[in-house]
Design a protein around this ligand. Structure first.
Ligand SMILES: NC(=O)c1ccc[n+]([C@@H]2O[C@H](COP(=O)([O-])OP(=O)(O)OC[C@H]3O[C@@H](n4cnc5c(N)ncnc54)[C@H](OP(=O)(O)O)[C@@H]3O)[C@@H](O)[C@H]2O)c1
Length: 303
């Protein structure tokens, strides 16, 4: 059993790097593991051997930030993201940050919110399935797909903060939250990262991104490519992609990276070809003209 990351040694302030929580240096372009067990949500199982190959290739390509959850699994429960990660990568390479999230408990009637008392078992489930004795980053995941407003997360975040104090967690994050909830949580314990639904075709998280950027909090949007549900492909992306000899997916990722030094990209895929394509977006730097072309008509900012 081990922790995957060591204290940061480098400056961590180059364009492609981010220092998370003040001590973990990661590449800003990472990998989301939700698509490894199944293409949809709890859908048909994907080939676990392919999932392990994607993970190994991701690390070989330099990925050192993998986003996962114990509840990322196929509908039959036979293929699970955390198991694939452990099977493919353990013993973990030095410097690999595996971020996970707790909050939802999936039952026959859909996801329920874990109570503060239930969170410890969910954290322990991640420790066990990943083969770690400390989790580097645990997000408290709130609500369903919509951002809930007005709900207090204090008791649940206090429960996770206590697990952090006990040494089970290194850094805490929040997912699917609003600004008031970010403030509420930060009064309890440091927040190292926020993970909300945001991509080039859904740009309504400016206030959250600004708040994160102001305080050096990582902003790691989920569905960076539209989550396979929103078609991100439009003529502005096609135009910029043609200029770079790139794909629209690559431009969507490069756009996220161009927004602020705190944005992290965690594109999810169970395909080796898509993985290669996504990671190659690292080499694309958007010019001010590109960013202007990607701006929404009538907006002065890239959002
Ligand atoms: N906090 C939360 O509530 C929450 C919710 C959802 C997701 N997440 C995290 O965020 C990560 C990213 O989200 P996501 O995986 O749902 O969505 P995404 O990265 O926006 O898109 C994934 C979808 O796009 C496809 N895709 C990936 N690369 C592609 C490419 N280069 N060209 C064309 N299609 C491509 C994938 O299919 P293939 O597999 O066939 O490539 C999959 O259908 C997840 O993996 C998970 O770690 C968090």
């Amino acid at each position: 059993m081990e922790s995957t990351t060591a204290p940061a040694r480098g400056a961590g302030d180059t364009t492609h790097e981010f220092r998370l929580g003040g001590d973990l240096d990661i590449h800003r372009l990472g990998f989301g593991a939700m698509r490894l067990p199944t293409q949809g949500f709890h859908g048909l199982a994907r080939d676990p051997e392919l999932g392990r190959a994607v993970l190994r290739r991701a690390v070989a390509l330099g990925v050192n930030h993998i986003d996962t959850a114990a509840f990322y699994r196929s509908g039959d429960g036979k293929v699970r993201a955390n198991s694939l990660i452990r099977e493919a990568l353990h013993p973990y390479p030095r410097g690999l940050l595996i971020a996970t999230k707790v909050g939802p408990i999936f039952g026959p009637h859909g996801p329920l919110q874990a109570s503060p008392a239930q969170l410890r078992a969910l954290v322990e489930e991640n420790l066990t399935t990943l083969g770690l004795d400390r989790l580097d980053l645990v997000y408290l995941r709130i609500g369903k797909m919509e951002v809930p407003h007005g709900e207090s997360l204090a008791e649940r975040f206090e429960a996770l903060a206590a697990l952090r104090e006990a040494g089970l967690i290194r850094h805490l994050g929040l997912s699917n939250i609003d600004i008031a909830q970010l403030h509420e949580a930060r009064a309890i314990a440091p927040v190292a990262a926020v993970q909300n639904n945001f991509h080039i075709a859904k740009r309504d998280e400016m206030a959250m991104l600004t708040a994160c950027a102001a305080d050096g909090i990582a902003f790691a949007p989920f569905f960076p490519l539209g989550g396979g549900m929103t078609d991100i492909n439009d003529e502005r992306l096609v135009k910029v992609a043609a200029r770079h000899g790139a794909t629209v997916s690559q431009i969507a990722l490069a756009w996220l990276m161009a927004l602020a030094p705190v944005t992290l990209a965690i594109p999810g895929t169970g395909s080796l070809a898509h993985l290669e394509e996504n990671i190659a977006a690292r080499s694309i730097t958007l010019s001010p003209a590109d960013v202007a072309d990607l701006a929404l008509a009538g907006h002065g900012s890239p959002l």
